[in-house]
Design a protein around this ligand. Structure first.
Ligand SMILES: *Cc1c(COP(=O)(O)O)cnc(C)c1O
Length: 394
C-alpha cells in the first residue's frame, strides 16, 4: 500500500514532504531557476492554459521548487493548500485583500507586527475597508466589534512584542457566527507548536523569513488554508498581482523546513531556561514567556500550544535600563529579527514599534522598559552567562 505523507510523523513530513524527484534521482531537492516552461506542441500549451492538463506555465504562477516548498509546508501545517509569497508582509496583505472588498469591515487584534498594523491602519482604508481594533484576549470585545459588513478577523497569537495569546477556537466561532473568516498570523508559534486551522481558523499566514529560514538568509511568506477558499480567494490574485516567491528563496526555505522542528525545539528548551533566569533576576519587573505558568493566558496556552516558542519579553523599568542591558550583551546581537539560529534582542519602543503612537503602545502595555529577545541555537550556558551579566549591568 502506498504511503500517504499526511499520515507521516512531523519529522518525516519535514524532510520528505513535497519531494518531486527528477530523472537524475537527486537526494537534495532540485533548484529550478526557470521563468518559463516549453510545451511539446501547440495543443499542449492550449490544454495547460485551459487548466485541463497539469504542468507549469510561468514562474509567477508556479514553479517546481516553489511547489515543493508549498507542499512541504502544507503537510507540516495540516493544510490542504499553501501559496508561497515573496515575504511575510506579502502574505498578510494578500490574505486580507483576498477576503475583503470596498465597504467591508475587519476586526483585528490590536497587538500586531508593526507592518501588519500599518496595512490595517493606513492601507486598507484607501480601499474603503474599515477596521475595529480589539483587545484580542477579550472575547466580548470581538463579539461587540462585529458589524453587518464584517467579513474578516485578523489575529496574531502569540502577538508581537508582548506575547499576548488569543483563544483561537473561541474567536473562530465568533467570526463564523458573523459570517467572517479568521486569519491567524502564526509566526511566533510556528507550525511545530500551534495548528490554527485545526483550532477553527480559516487562513494561516507565515513570515518564512523567521523560523522557517531560521538562518538569516532570505525573505519569504506563505498563506495556507482549505483548497476551496485558497482557490476562490487567492489563486487568481497570486497569479496576477505578482507576489511570487523566488525559486531560489523557496529552495533555501525548503531546506530550512528539514531542520525546523529540531531548531525550534532546541531554541524553545533554551528559551524556557533563560525565561526562568530572567524572571528570577532582581532587576526584572516582569517576564512574559508562553512556556511559563505565570503567563497571563497560561490556561489558553495549555489548550492550544504544545510549546512556548523561542521569544521572551521582559520589562526592565525604563529605557535607560533596557538600553544598558542591550549594550552590555556580548554574544546576543542587538537586532529586530526573530527565529534565527543567532540569539538577538531588541528594544521594541525605539525599533519595531517606534511608529506606533504612544497612546496605542500603552494600550498594549508596551512601555519603554520592555526588551524582546529571540533565543537562538547557541549553548544555553553561554547565553545564560551573557544575559545574567547584562541584567546585572541594567
Ligand atoms: C516578520 C513578521 C511579519 C512580516 O514578515 P516579513 O517576512 O518580514 O515580510 C509578519 N508578521 C509577524 C508576526 C512577523 O514576525
Amino acid at each position: 500500500m502506498a504511503e500517504d505523507p499526511r499520515d507521516w510523523e512531523i519529522e518525516t513530513r519535514a524532510v520528505r514532504g513535497g519531494m518531486m524527484r527528477t530523472g537524475y534521482g537527486e537526494i537534495s531537492e532540485a533548484l529550478f531557476l526557470t521563468q518559463s516552461f516549453a510545451y511539446d506542441d501547440a495543443a499542449s500549451a492550449d490544454a495547460r492554459f485551459a487548466g485541463d492538463a497539469p504542468g507549469f506555465i510561468y514562474q509567477r504562477f508556479g514553479n517546481p521548487t516553489t511547489q515543493m516548498f508549498e507542499d512541504r509546508l502544507a503537510l507540516l501545517e495540516g493544510a490542504e493548500q499553501c501559496r508561497a509569497t515573496a515575504s511575510g508582509m506579502a502574505a498578510v496583505h494578500l490574505a486580507l485583500m483576498g477576503l475583503l472588498k470596498a465597504g467591508d469591515h475587519l476586526v483585528a487584534g490590536r497587538a500586531l507586527f508593526g507592518s501588519c498594523r500599518w496595512i490595517v491602519s493606513n492601507w486598507l482604508p484607501r480601499y474603503g475597508i474599515e477596521t475595529t481594533y480589539v483587545d484580542a484576549t477579550d472575547l466580548d470585545a470581538w463579539k461587540a466589534a462585529v458589524r453587518p459588513n464584517t467579513r474578516a478577523f485578523l489575529v496574531e497569537s502569540p502577538a508581537n512584542p508582548l506575547l499576548e495569546v488569543t483563544a483561537i477556537g473561541a474567536v473562530a466561532e465568533i467570526a463564523h457566527a458573523a459570517g467572517a473568516k479568521l486569519v491567524v498570523d502564526n509566526v511566533f508559534a510556528t507550525p511545530i507548536f500551534q495548528k490554527p486551522l485545526a483550532l477553527g481558523a480559516d487562513v494561516v499566514v507565515y513570515s518564512a523569513t523567521k523560523h522557517i529560514d531560521g538562518q538569516g538568509r532570505v525573505l519569504g511568506g506563505a498563506i495556507l488554508g482549505g483548497a476551496e477558499l485558497m482557490t476562490e480567494a487567492y489563486k487568481d490574485m497570486a497569479r496576477h498581482l505578482g507576489p511570487a516567491l523566488s525559486p531560489f528563496n523557496a529552495w533555501v526555505l525548503l531546506k530550512g523546513l528539514e531542520t525546523l522542528e529540531l531548531r525550534v525545539r532546541r531554541q524553545t528548551e533554551t528559551a524556557g531556561k533563560l525565561a526562568d533566569l530572567i524572571a528570577a533576576h532582581a532587576k526584572v519587573r516582569k517576564t512574559i514567556y508562553p512556556g511559563r505558568p505565570d503567563h497571563p493566558q497560561a490556561a489558553i496556552i495549555a489548550n492550544q500550544m504544545s510549546g512556548g516558542g523561542n521569544v521572551v519579553a521582559f520589562d526592565l523599568g525604563d529605557r535607560a535600563a533596557a538600553w544598558r542591558f542591550l549594550d552590555k550583551l556580548e554574544i546576543v546581537d542587538i537586532s529586530n529579527n526573530l527565529g534565527d539560529a543567532k540569539s538577538m534582542a531588541t528594544h521594541p519602543c525605539t525599533t519595531t514599534h517606534r511608529s506606533m503612537p504612544e497612546a496605542e503602545r500603552l494600550e498594549i502595555g508596551l512601555t519603554e522598559g520592555w526588551v524582546r529577545m529571540s533565543v537562538g541555537l547557541e549553548g544555553a550556558g553561554d547565553l545564560g552567562r551573557d544575559v545574567s551579566r547584562a541584567l546585572d549591568a541594567a
